[in-house]
Every structure is written in C-alpha cells, then in structure tokens.
Write a protein that binds this ligand. Sequence first.
Ligand SMILES: [Zn+2]
Length: 293
Amino acid sequence: MKIGIDIGGSHIGIGLLNDENKIIKKIEKDITYEKEVEKRVIDYLEKNIDDLKKENDVKLIGIVTPGNIKDNIITNLVNLGLDKLDLNCIINKYKDIPIKIKNDSKAAALAENEYGALREYKDSVFLCLGTGIGSAVFMNKRLLIANRNTGFELGHMIIKRGGIKCNCGKDGCFETYCSIKRFKEKIKEILEIDNCSSEELLRIIEKESNNKKVKEVIDEYIENLIVGLSNIIDIFEPEAICLGGSFVFFKDIFYNRLVSEMDKRRYVFNKDSIPEIVLATLKNDAGIIGAVL
Ligand SMILES: [Zn+2]
C-alpha cells in the first residue's frame, strides 16, 4: 500500500493507494491558512499517517504541495500565504518508509500523463488553472525538470509588460490574467457579488450570458489564454495541451470557444502545429495519484 497526500490552496486530500496506484480510501479536510497553520497541517498529516499505518503495510508516502522544494522544506508558497512548510519532522518520524515530496502541479501532470487525459501523447504540456497557474512539460513521456529549482513555471511567463502585479513579484505574469481565481474575482467585481461558491457563480454566469460586461470578461480571459498558449506551443511544439484545475469546472464557458478560436486563427509560428486541447480527467485525485508516482 502507498499513501498519497495533496496539500492544496484550501484543502488537504489523503489517499490510500494499492499497488496498481488505485485510490481505495480517501480522507479530505478543508484548511484555512491562518495562525499556526504549519503546525496544524503537520499534526493532521501525522495523525492520519499513523492511523493508516496501523491497518496497512505502507511501503511509500508521497506528499505534494505548491511551491519550491529543497531539503524537504517548501518555500515560495505564494498562494497559500505561508512563508515555508518544513516537512523534515515527517521524514524523521517515518524513517522506515521512503517519502517523496513533489510540486503539486508536476504531480497532477504525472498522473494525467500516466493514467489520464495525456496518456496517449508523447510530447505534452499540462496547465493547472486554479488559484494560480501550475505547469509541467513532457517530452517523449518524460517530465522535464531543471536542476536548480524545478523550472518550467509557465504561469510566470510575462504576457503583458508592466501588467498586473503577481504574487511572485513580477508584473504581467500569465497567471495574473488566466488563473481561475482572477476570472472569478473579475466576474464578482462587475456583478457586485460579495461571496459565493463556484457552483453559484457558474449558475450566475450562465444566467447572465447576454450581459455585455460578463461577455467582455470571458472574451478577455480567452484572448489572454490564447496568448499564453501560443507562446507555449511555439516553444515546446506539444502534441497536446491538457488544461486542469478549476478550469475544468468552468469548461462549458471556455472550452469550445477556446478550441475554435485557436483553430481559426492559427496564432502560432508553425501553422500546422496546433495541438489537441484536452481537459484533465482525474480531477482532485490527480495530486494524490501523482504523489506516489
Ligand atoms: Zn508571477
């Protein structure tokens, strides 16, 4: 048995997986990133690992989080409001079990590459459009990783010079225009909505589909997404680009328009190299599965 743990922007998912990497049990919890969050996260992980270990022969633990990972300390958790998350106490406590720690988008991408929407493609790019934009690139089925930090942070390529300030400190990053968080904030702003769930927001957008301002926000989002995608296509020439994260939840608003615009405009250097645009299929399980790969 293996344990896969996905520490996300607002939620922790813990899965017990069999030798075929199928999730056979899942435990989930919402978290708020307020005081003493690092301690609360570690305590929660230890309690659940202890419980699962009591009943199962655990051979591997995989943990995925946003940010950069060095010496089991995670930094650059820009969207969680945390300076760092030190996982060395987990490593020291469970010395008898191998533990892998990975970036969450890279892990979700590995899962899609192996079992999900990208399993048929050799050269592909995965984008996780959610709180920010996480990304991963595969060439010949192999995940590309740089030596110093993990690299391939496509969400932080600048698509507008002097544009919106990003959490990373730069201005005009792809994710400041195309994260789903940003899209939701813009819709709430123009419709003067305070707080609502994604489900409610989706219903409101569908009801307001003839509202000129709503249309403008959707058009702008798609325009910016095409700019980012066309850069990615020209650099990596992927056979497929997989879009995941909460983008999948809003697919009815974006997907068909995006595909037809990309096709119509051939907005890339090599006109015959428009890749397949596919949607992630493993949803919330991708991080848990990718953690143990
Ligand atoms: Zn940035």
